[in-house]
Structures are given as structure tokens and as C-alpha cells.
Design a protein around this ligand. Structure first.
Ligand SMILES: [Zn+2]
Length: 234
């Protein structure tokens, strides 16, 4: 268990005041710990009632705790920003955010972002303003679906994504290396559209080498905390 992880829970369990005020931002430092130990239960450790004013939560990985996250989200009425892994059963979680967190505006997904997750956002959270999908695998159809349907979106970050196009069979799927006119036109309503797909970019190379599912533990500590959207960086 990383020191910061322990410290966070110890501090909060003790009802400590962090950074001069009630806990407003919480994050799990060591995502590998979570991935390695299926017995760890983040939410059982997390004293939900002691941080009702939580505004930002960063949990880049979790294991089978969606139900407990939903219970937690019902208590975090002030939650505005969430960093989370890609999960299979996204609709219930997204619905819980939409119902309970009226100020929610920023979402960062770490991991492949599929059409089902995109559909959940369009259905339940169409007012989302900021979305970061950086360093993940993303299908071109899913990107177009987001741009066509998330009309309130102001900022979208797809930097260093492995963008995949699936043409009509039997043509093989291919990596998109340049954004076409259609995508750029559809993205023109955004305030910021952050994209990077360069053969010479080190982060793009890492995403391609890891086939769209970044193995952050291989890289410098802290690399996963970066984001081109400053409010989503740590
Ligand atoms: Zn890049």
C-alpha cells in the first residue's frame, strides 16, 4: 500500500482537515495496488459520511465496486469531477451521477472508451462540459457519436488516443493517423478540441505500444496524472 493511499484514509478516517478545509479532492495514488489485490475494497475503507462536500474524486482503477460507488455518489451531492476507469456496466453509475450530482461537469475515463459508455453519457449526462479520454483506444464511430450527440460539451481531450477506424468488411480496421474534415467540422462547436496523433509523440507511441490500454506502471511515477486539461491533471 502506498504511503499516500494510507495517509488519505487515515486522515479522513480521523476526520482530519486536509489542505485547510474539508476534503474536496481525493485520489488513489497507486492504481497497481488496486489492480493487484482484488480483496481491497476502496469504498469500505472510505468514510463516505465524513466527506459530504467532496468535489473531485480520482480513482484511475477499481475492482467490482460499481454498486458501492453508486451508493457513495448518492452522498456526494457536490461532486463536480470524476476520474475513473472504463467499466462494463456504465449506465447505472452515470445515471447515479446525473441524478445526485447536480454540479457535475468533468469526467476523465482511463482505459478504452466504447460506444456503450458513450451512449450512457448521451442518455443520462448530456450536459457534461469536459471529457478527457487521453491515451486510450477510441473507435472513430464512437468519437463521431460523441461529437454528434453531446451538444453541451465544451472541452474534449483525445490526445494520444489510439483512434481506430472500422471500414466495411472485408477491409481491415486501421489506425487513424490524421483527423479528417468530417471530424474537424463536427468538433468545431467545441471551445477546445485537444488532439494529438503524431508518430513522433512519445505519449502517442506509448499508447500504440500498449495497444490502447496503457500500462502506466511501466512509466515514470506520476505520468498518469498528467492531462492537457489543467483541471483534470494532478
Ligand atoms: Zn501524442
Amino acid at each position: 500500500m502506498s504511503i499516500k493511499y494510507e495517509k488519505l484514509f487515515n486522515d479522513v478516517s480521523a476526520g482530519a482537515v486536509i489542505a485547510g478545509g474539508p476534503l474536496e479532492t481525493a485520489f488513489l495514488e497507486n492504481r497497481q495496488h488496486c489492480a493487484r489485490d482484488n480483496n481491497i475494497d476502496i469504498i469500505d475503507c472510505f468514510p463516505l459520511s465524513r466527506c459530504p462536500r467532496l468535489k473531485r474524486l480520482v480513482l484511475p482503477a477499481w475492482n467490482r465496486v460499481e454498486n458501492k460507488m453508486i451508493e457513495a455518489i448518492k452522498l456526494w451531492k457536490d461532486l463536480e469531477s470524476l476520474t475513473m476507469p472504463s467499466i462494463v456496466d456504465s449506465p447505472l453509475l452515470v445515471q447515479a451521477i446525473a441524478t445526485n450530482c447536480r454540479k457535475f461537469s468533468e469526467l476523465k475515463i482511463m482505459g478504452p472508451f466504447d460506444i456503450y459508455f458513450a451512449s450512457s453519457l448521451v442518455t443520462y449526462l448530456p450536459t457534461l462540459k469536459v471529457l478527457s479520454l487521453r491515451c486510450s483506444m477510441l473507435y472513430k464511430d464512437t468519437l463521431i457519436f460523441i461529437l454528434d450527440n453531446m451538444c453541451c460539451l465544451e472541452v474534449l481531450n483525445i490526445s494520444h488516443c489510439l483512434l481506430i477506424e472500422v471500414p466495411t468488411p472485408p477491409a481491415p480496421r486501421r489506425i487513424v493517423r490524421q483527423l479528417d474534415k468530417t471530424i474537424l467540422e463536427k468538433a468545431s462547436h467545441l471551445r477546445y478540441f485537444l488532439a494529438c496523433m503524431s508518430d513522433t509523440c512519445i505519449m502517442c507511441q506509448k499508447t500504440r505500444n500498449d495497444e490502447g490500454l496503457m500500462r502506466w506502471y511501466k512509466y515514470d511515477e506520476g505520468l498518469w496524472k498528467e492531462d492537457e486539461i489543467s483541471s483534470l491533471a494532478l
